[in-house]
Structure formats: C-alpha cells, structure tokens
Design a protein around this ligand. Structure first.
Ligand code: ZN
Length: 296
C-alpha cells in the first residue's frame, strides 16, 4: 500500500497517458479524496459525497471496452480450476453451481422466464443457471468467448454490443451482470440501456461485483488483488445501490450470508469479526443485488 496525493495521481496520469479525473465520475463532486496507490500501481479515489470508490487516473475513452489480452488472471485461473482447457473436459454442474451459489440463489428468487447473461465469458455461470431449468442465453462482446461458450457448454450466445445495437425484440425476465458494471466507464448508462434494450418491464437485473466492504478487503487493504487497471469502480452495497437508483431501479433483494446461511469458514470468521468489533463490514467477498425498474 502506498499513500498518494491528488497531485501525485495527476502526475501519474500524465506519465502513463491516462485520464485524471478532477471530479467524481458518478456525482460530479470536486471534493474527491485519494485513498492511495493500490498494488503500488493504480490510483484509487473516494468521493465523500456519494461514497463511490474509483480508479483515478484511468484509461481514456479511446481505450477499447474489451481486450482479449486484458482479461484478469482470475479468468484464466478459472479455466484451469474447472479443467476447461483439458481435451477430456466434462462439466461438473455441482462444482460450477457452488462457485456461483450466491448469484444462482438471486436468480432463483427473481421472476420466472428467460434469463440472459450479459458478458457471459466462457459461460460457466450461464451453464449453472441453465441447470436450474431456466431458459438461458448469453451475450458477449468477444467472438472468441462466445465461440468457447457454445462449444464447451452448448450455450446460445449472441455477439451483441449493448451500446450500439438496436433493442432486442425478444425481452428477458432476468438480466444477469456478473462483475460487468465495475468495468464500465458509464455504469449508470449501462444499466439504463439494459432496461431499454433487453429487460421486460416486469423483469429484474441480478447484479454482482466484488465488495469493498468485505473481510477480504479489510485484511488486504490496497494490496487487494482485485484492484486492476480494467476495474474502474470498487463498489460497496451502498454505492452499487446508488448507481442502480440513478439508473431508475430499486433494490428488490440482496444476498448476504446470515448466521443461518453461512456455509464456509470465511463467512463464519467474517460474522464473528463483524459482531465482535461492531464494524460496518460484510462477510462476503462479493455483492449481489436484485434490481427492479421503477419505471422512471
Ligand atoms: Zn460522488
């Protein structure tokens, strides 16, 4: 962890050719404060007005929204974890479902009907959702990932760009965004377009992202491995809810481990710390919310 002033971050932007933001990119406040340099490389700021935490400086808008070579190491680790690279790959539905248990639970609670996962990548989560007897489709920016998801899991995946493509004629009851909003330059606009182009008016968006208010972050601070050049926003449940509210959604449900639903040692420890110290920290490494459009 390295401390840094706003001037240090501004200088870093000039050195790297990245854009330094003098205002909060969510609410426009000029009172932004530096948290420091994450992993000694990435400037991280927090807005005291809307509480959002964001990468600053960051790549400019000319940077492609998706690069094959930019996929985080976790993506490749997952291919190895689940044996996707082996020629004898057989999907283990129980293991894959367990990996995405929190999101699967939220989708189970969402309205019935077609599920579409935007940014489905290799299709692990979409595969787990299809195993719940859901009709599932995938949407991808990357032709290579769409191909892999079709080949490996037999998924129905369309290469489609939310920003430039016309609305889909066939709307879905549930739209899943797993660690997608945290990579968007404009997450509010992204959620608005999901409502305008994909989601049924009575549907819900299930959104998941890493959680800044987690024991994982509490223990590692700015050395948290999830700080990367491609992740522009570091949400808490509150700041993600604020993004959703600005995009015209209300919170229909969330997934937090409770004493009754704790299923692993990390969860137990987290709850213990939370209750002992009275910290405003959630035990989960991830945020999961169900969002319903408000019609505004
Ligand atoms: Zn702000």
């Amino acid at each position: 962890m390295t401390s840094a002033s706003l001037d240090d971050l501004r200088r870093l932007g000039v050195e790297q050719g990245w854009t330094f933001l003098a205002e909060c990119p969510l609410c426009g406040s000029t009172a932004i404060a530096p948290l420091g340099l994450a992993r000694d490389s990435f400037g991280i700021c927090r807005c005291p007005e809307c509480t959002i935490v964001f990468l600053n400086p960051r790549r400019g808008s000319t940077w492609p929204r998706y690069r094959e070579s930019s996929m985080p190491h976790g993506f490749f680790a997952r291919q190895i974890e689940f044996g996707l690279l082996s020629s004898e790959f057989e999907p283990d539905v129980r293991r894959i479902t367990a990996r995405y248990a929190r999101i699967v639970t939220l989708v189970d609670q969402a309205p019935t009907g077609t599920v579409v996962e935007v940014g489905c990548g290799l299709g692990l989560l979409a595969f787990a959702l299809r195993a719940r007897s859901r009709e599932v489709r995938g949407i991808e920016l990357s032709e290579a990932h769409a191909d892999a998801a079709r080949r490996v899991f037999g998924l129905d995946v369309t290469v489609w760009d939310l920003f430039s493509a016309p609305p889909l004629a066939d709307r879905s009851s549930v739209v899943v965004l797993n660690s997608v909003l945290d990579h968007q330059e404009a997450p509010v606009e992204f959620l608005r377009l999901v409502r305008e182009k994909i989601l049924r008016p009575d549907g819900e968006v299930v959104v998941a992202s890493p959680n800044l208010r987690s024991t994982e972050f509490l223990l590692s601070g700015l050395d948290w491995p999830l700080f990367t050049i491609d992740r522009l926003w570091y949400f808490t449940d509150d700041s993600l809810a604020e993004v959703a509210r600005r995009a015209g959604y209300r919170i229909a449900g969330s997934h937090w481990p409770t004493r009754r639903s704790v299923d692993d040692a990390a969860g137990l420890t987290g709850i213990y710390v939370h209750e002992l110290l009275g910290l405003d920290v959630n035990v989960s490494g991830g945020i999961g919310l169900r969002l319903a459009p408000t019609g505004e």
